[in-house]
Design a protein around this ligand. Structure first.
Ligand code: PMV
Length: 326
C-alpha cells in the first residue's frame, strides 16, 4: 500500500500578511515575518486508493484531537490536493486523513499547519509516483502551499520565515527556542474568516499606506531581532497587530475580533511590561486570542504569565527547547 504520514507546524506572524492581490493565488500585498510554532502541528496521512475519487477523513490517533472539518473545509483541502496532483501530473486518487495535536475548539488557526502538511505529504507521495526535478525544492513547495493557504507557505521553515512575494524563505535570527503562550480568550468560531478579512481591509481608509508601514516594520523588526534589541522588537510587534486590528475596525462594513477579554489580557501585559521593563513579544492574529513569545532566558516570566492568566482563561503554554541542551 502506497502511504505517507507527514506533519507540519503552525506559525504566528509578527509582521502580518493582511491583504492579497486579487486572483493571484494568495500573493500578499506586503511581506510578512513569522515564528514557527513547532508544538502546534497538523498530521496528514495520504493513502493511494483504487478508483473512486479523493476523500477526506479524520485521522484517528490517541495523541491527536478529534475535529470536525466542514464540508466547505474538506472541499478546499481536496481542491489543494487536486492542484498538487495536476502540478505533478498524477492521476491516481487518495484518501487524505488529517488531525491536529492541538484542540480545534480554541480558535487557533489550523490552516497554516494543515495546508503545509498536505503539501509536504503530497510531495513525498508524488515524488515516488512521478518524480520531478523541483519536487524537493522547499521554495517550490512553499509556493505551492501558498496557493492553498497563504500563511501556510511560512510553515515550511523554522524557526523564522520571511515571505515577500511568491514563496517564503528561512531567516537566520539569533532569537531561538522561545517559550509560547496563547491566552484563549474566545473559543467559538470566528464570524469573519481571514479570507473575508483580506478583502475587507482594502476598504479601510487606513489601508492607504499600510503596505509601506508593514515594509518599514519588517525591516526594523528584522534589525531589532538581529541586534538583540528586545524593547524595540516588542514595540514594533505590538504596533503591528494593533495596526491590523484597526484596519478591521475601520473597514466597510467594519468588524472586530477584539473582545473585552482580549483587552483585559493586553492591559495586563502592558502593566507588567511597564513594571519590569521586560516581558514577552505580544501579538494577536485575526481572532480574539493573545499570543506571547518569551526569550529562552525568560522562563520565570513565562511561568508567571501562565499562572496569572490561568485563573481566568484557558491558557496553552509551550516551553521552548532549552538552548543549553545539545
Ligand atoms: O493564510 P490566511 O489567508 O488564513 O491569512 C492569515 C493571515 C493572518 O493570520 C491574520 C496573518 C498572518 O500573516 O498569518
Amino acid at each position: 500500500m502506497n502511504q505517507v504520514l507527514v506533519s507540519a507546524p503552525s506559525n504566528i506572524a509578527l509582521i502580518k500578511y493582511m491583504g492579497k492581490i486579487e486572483g493571484s493565488g494568495n500573493k500578499p500585498t506586503n511581506g510578512s515575518l513569522s515564528y514557527t510554532l513547532e508544538n502546534l502541528r497538523t498530521f496528514v496521512r495520504l493513502t493511494e486508493i483504487e478508483g473512486g475519487k479523493d476523500q477526506w477523513k479524520l485521522l484517528v490517533r490517541e495523541d491527536l484531537e478529534k475535529m470536525d472539518l466542514s464540508e466547505k473545509g474538506q472541499q478546499r483541502f481536496l481542491k489543494h490536493l487536486q492542484n498538487l496532483k495536476d502540478k505533478w501530473g498524477v492521476t491516481k486518487n487518495f484518501l487524505v486523513e488529517s488531525a491536529n495535536n492541538f484542540p480545534s475548539d480554541c480558535g487557533l488557526a489550523s490552516s497554516a499547519s494543515s495546508f503545509a502538511a498536505l503539501t509536504l505529504a503530497a510531495a513525498q507521495m508524488f515524488q515516488k509516483i512521478n518524480p520531478q526535478p523541483w519536487g524537493e525544492d522547499k521554495k517550490v513547495l512553499s509556493e505551492l502551499s501558498r496557493q492553498g493557504s497563504g500563511s501556510s507557505c511560512r510553515s515550511l521553515f523554522s524557526p523564522w520565515a520571511i515571505w515577500l512575494h511568491e514563496y517564503a524563505e528561512p531567516m537566520n535570527l539569533p532569537v531561538k527556542d522561545m517559550h509560547h503562550i496563547v491566552v484563549v480568550v474566545e473559543d467559538s468560531k470566528k464570524e469573519v474568516s481571514s479570507s473575508e478579512a483580506h478583502k475587507l481591509v482594502t476598504t479601510s481608509p487606513r489601508f492607504e499606506g499600510r503596505v509601506e508601514r508593514a515594509e518599514i516594520r519588517l525591516k526594523d523588526l528584522s534589525q531589532a531581532l538581529q541586534f538583540d534589541d528586545w524593547h524595540m522588537a516588542r514595540q514594533i510587534v505590538w504596533d503591528e497587530f494593533i495596526d491590523m486590528h484597526r484596519l478591521f475596525e475601520t473597514s466597510t462594513p467594519s468588524f472586530s475580533y477584539m473582545t473585552d477579554g482580549s483587552k483585559k489580557v493586553l492591559e495586563e501585559c502592558q502593566k507588567l511590561w511597564n513594571k519590569w521593563q521586560d516581558g514577552p513579544l505580544v501579538t494577536m492574529d485575526a481572532g480574539a486570542n493573545v499570543h506571547m513569545l518569551f526569550r529562552n532566558d525568560q522562563k520565570k516570566s513565562f511561568e508567571t504569565y501562565r499562572e496569572l492568566f490561568k485563573n481566568e482563561f484557558k491558557v496553552l503554554a509551550f516551553e521552548g527547547v532549552k538552548s543549553d541542551v545539545h
